[in-house]
Design a binder for this molecule. Structure first.
Ligand SMILES: Cc1cc2nc3c(=O)[nH]c(=O)nc-3n(C[C@H](O)[C@H](O)[C@H](O)COP(=O)(O)O)c2cc1C
Length: 386
C-alpha cells in the first residue's frame, strides 16, 4: 500500500488560556497559557487536534509523491500512521481509504488556492441562532461601547481640492435615491409573480448566450462577472410569491424557470428562512428570498490556484445584490442582503458540496409593513436616531 499527505493542510498552534488558582492564591500571575496543534484540512471540514509525533509525520510526507506505507511506518511508527490514515490527513491508495481519498481528490480537481480553501471552509456557519452584535445595535450604543469611530472618509489635500459640479439629475436617480435595506416586512403581503419574474430574470437571468465551443456557453447578464463566467447562481426560497408553492427552487438563468428542490407549507418556509438567516427575524419575513451560490468549479476552471479568484466570486455576488436591490426598488419593494447566514446548513438543504460551491449571501425583498417600525432602517429623508 502507498500513501501521501492530503493536498491542503495548515497547522495552527492553538493557545488555551486558563486561570491558575494556585498561583493566584500565592499572589503570582494568574493567567496560564498552554498550546496544542490543530490540523486544518478543508477536505475534512473539521478541526483535528494532533500531537507532536503526528505533526512530524505530516511534515515529512509529500502531498504529491506516493510512498510505501512500510517505509513511512519505519520512520514514524505504525500507530501514528494508522491514526493519520484514519483521520484522512494521510491518504491511502487502497479501497479502505476510498472515502477520504475521494474528498481529497475533489479538492485537488477543483483547483483551489489553498489559503482560499482554508478561509472558505473554516469561515462557514452551522446552527448559529444568535450572534453577538447581530441584533443591529444602534449607532448610539456602538458609540457608548467603542468610542468615536474612524472618520467617515479620508480627507486628503483639502487645500488642493478641485470642486466638482453638482450631479445632474439622471434616469437612474429614482432607484438609486429610493433604495434602502428593509428590516420591517409585511408578513401578510406577497410578491406578484410578474414582479418576481422580472427581478429574477433581470438580476440572475441570461440576457444573451454566446456559444464559444460545441458544449460551452458564455452568459451575458446585467451585472459584471470576473472572467465573464458568472459562477453565482440563484436558489430561491419562496415564502409568499403568487402562484408559487412555498419552498426551495433553483432559478435556471437560461430557461427562466423555477425548478423545485423541496416544496413545503408557509410555516415551514418561514422557519427555514429564519434558520438560514441565523435567526435574523427582521429579514426572514421577506416573501421572496434568494440564496447566492457560487459554483467555484466554473470560476476555477479558468482561475486555477489563483490568489484573487475567491475574492472575485464575492465581488460577483455583491454586484448581483445591488442589481437585485435596484430592481426591487423599481418595483416599490425594500430589499436586503446578508452574509450572516448558516451557509454550511444551507449547503445541506440545497445538496451542495462546500469544496465545489460557496453559499456567499442571501438577498430578499417584499412589501414594507405599515405602521411603526421595530427595526432600524436608513430610508432617505428621515432623521430618526439610528
Ligand atoms: C455585505 C453586506 C452584508 C450585510 N449584512 C447584513 C446583515 O447581516 N443584517 C442586516 O440587517 N443588514 C445587513 N446588511 C445591510 C447593511 O446593514 C445596510 O446596507 C447598511 O446599514 C446601509 O443601509 P442601506 O442599505 O439602507 O443604505 C449588509 C449589507 C452588505 C453589503
Amino acid at each position: 500500500m502507498k500513501l501521501r499527505r492530503c493536498a491542503v493542510l495548515y497547522i495552527e498552534s492553538r493557545e488555551d488560556l486558563s486561570i491558575d488558582w494556585r498561583t493566584v492564591l500565592s499572589g503570582g500571575n494568574a493567567l496560564a497559557a498552554s498550546s496544542h496543534w490543530v490540523a486544518l484540512a478543508p477536505h475534512l471540514d473539521q478541526e483535528i487536534t494532533i500531537d507532536a509525533g503526528q505533526l512530524a509525520a505530516l511534515g515529512g510526507a509529500s502531498q504529491t509523491v506516493w510512498r510505501e506505507r512500510s517505509a513511512v511506518e519505519q520512520q514514524y511508527g505504525e500507530v501514528c500512521i494508522a491514526e493519520l490514515l484514519e483521520l484522512g490527513l494521510l491518504i491511502g491508495d487502497t479501497p479502505q481509504y476510498a472515502a477520504q481519498r475521494a474528498r481529497d481528490d475533489t479538492l485537488r480537481d477543483t483547483h483551489w488556492r489553498p489559503l482560499s480553501a482554508l478561509a472558505h471552509t473554516f469561515g462557514r456557519w452551522r446552527g448559529v441562532v444568535e450572534e453577538t452584535g447581530m441584533e443591529a445595535p444602534s449607532f448610539q450604543a456602538l458609540l457608548d461601547r467603542f468610542g468615536e469611530p474612524p472618520p467617515p472618509t479620508l480627507d486628503i489635500h483639502p487645500e488642493l481640492a478641485i470642486r466638482l459640479p453638482a450631479p445632474a439629475a439622471g434616469r437612474m436617480d429614482e432607484q438609486l435615491l429610493q433604495r434602502y435595506t428593509g428590516r420591517n416586512y409585511d408578513l401578510q403581503a406577497s410578491v406578484p409573480l410578474e414582479v418576481a419574474a422580472r427581478l429574477l430574470q433581470r438580476t440572475f437571468g441570461a440576457q444573451e448566450v454566446r456559444q464559444v465551443g460545441p458544449h460551452s456557453e458564455v452568459l451575458k447578464k446585467t451585472s459584471p462577472s470576473g472572467g465573464g463566467l458568472h459562477p453565482v447562481e440563484a436558489f430561491v426560497l419562496a415564502q409568499r410569491v403568487d402562484g408559487v408553492t412555498p419552498g426551495l427552487y433553483h432559478y435556471h438563468p437560461m430557461a427562466h424557470e423555477l425548478r423545485p428542490l423541496q416544496t413545503m407549507d408557509q410555516d415551514a418556509a418561514a422557519a427555514l428562512s429564519r434558520y438560514m438567516l441565523a435567526d435574523q427575524h427582521w429579514l426572514s419575513g421577506a416573501p421572496l428570498q434568494v440564496v447566492l451560490v457560487a459554483r467555484l468549479e466554473r470560476s476555477y476552471w479558468k482561475y486555477r490556484n489563483h490568489q484573487k479568484a475567491f475574492r472575485a466570486v464575492a465581488l460577483d455576488a455583491g454586484h448581483l445584490s445591488q442589481t437585485f436591490y435596484l430592481l426591487a426598488t423599481e418595483a416599490g419593494l425594500p430589499a436586503f442582503i446578508t452574509a450572516a447566514i448558516n451557509d454550511a446548513d444551507i449547503e445541506k438543504a440545497l445538496g451542495l458540496d462546500h469544496l465545489r460551491h460557496a453559499v456567499v449571501a442571501m438577498c430578499g425583498c417584499g412589501p414594507a409593513a405599515d405602521g411603526p417600525r421595530s427595526m432600524v432602517e436608513l430610508r432617505y429623508g428621515e432623521t430618526d436616531a439610528i
